[in-house]
Design a protein around this ligand. Structure first.
Ligand SMILES: [Zn+2]
Length: 260
């Protein structure tokens, strides 16, 4: 599932390929994935315009059109962007933006769990989805506000209304790096552990983004590349277990991350 570092790789691809190209036409193949916009409004905003800049908030990629509005792309469980120079379009293209020079950009999403939006400004999308600050910008301060809150720290990391951008895989990596058990209750975190957690959020997301969200390129000592039950813990050699926290499959090392 695309999380913040994955969406950063989509932004990178988008910026390298699609900024400034004249848009000849667009096709909305799955109009049911559109939020609060009709397909014709989206197509007419795209046609004859071009993309001026890209931004990201949490798991949303936003692209400003020179005609005014912003196109918002959320990648759900399996979405991705594919730039088409001469190749075939992917099998599950939901939106196809055709450029005047013959190239195209495809938003491909196998399961229709992603979303497309047309908004006047990124803040509109942030408000509509009640998103918290982006995990790379404000994680520390927001996590500091954990004091007095109920629930588990994993649940809090996954709550897009608290910090936006972290999903199931990176939540486990962050907690592994911070040596905190995912089921630790938020109100049981002392000052030192809150700092450790906030530091791990920044370090894990920055490092993963710098390495193009490719687990094969992650540092030694990370959990994600061998995220499976029974795998050896990359830190202590113990055994990684799978359990359930905050309603989600959770991988951890019981020796490194002591149960609360
Ligand atoms: Zn361990």
């Amino acid at each position: 599932m695309p999380e913040l570092p994955d969406v950063e790789t989509f932004r990178d691809l988008f910026e390298r390929t699609s900024l400034g190209r004249d848009i000849a036409d667009a096709e909305v193949r799955s109009p049911e994935m559109l939020e609060d916009a009709d397909p014709e409004a989206l197509v007419s905003a795209l046609r004859g315009s071009s993309f001026g800049e890209a931004a990201r908030h949490g798991k949303w990629l936003l692209a400003r059109l020179e005609s005014g509005p912003w196109l918002g792309l959320h990648f759900g469980m399996s979405g991705r962007l594919v730039f088409l120079d001469d190749g075939d379009e992917p099998a599950h293209t939901r939106l196809l933006v055709r450029f005047a020079d013959g190239t195209a950009l495809a938003y491909d999403c196998v399961r229709k769990l992603g979303h497309l939006a047309l908004v006047d400004a990124p803040e509109e999308l942030v408000e509509a989805h009640r998103l918290g600050p982006d995990a790379l910008s404000l994680a520390s301060r927001e996590l500091e506000r954990a004091r007095g809150r109920r629930g588990t720290i994993k649940g809090r990391l996954l709550d897009q209304g608290v910090v936006a951008g972290i999903g199931n895989v990176y939540a486990d990596e962050i907690l592994f790096q911070a040596r905190l058990h995912p089921a630790t209750r938020v109100d049981e975190l002392d000052e030192e552990r809150r700092r450790r957690l906030a530091g791990a959020v920044r370090r894990v997301l920055r490092t993963a983004t710098d390495r193009d969200a490719d687990p094969g390129a992650f540092p030694a000592g990370w959990l994600t590349p061998d995220r499976e039950e029974g795998a050896p813990c990359p830190r202590c050699g113990g055994t990684v277990i799978r359990t359930r926290v905050a309603g989600r499959s959770t991988y951890l090392c019981p020796a490194c991350q002591q149960a609360p």
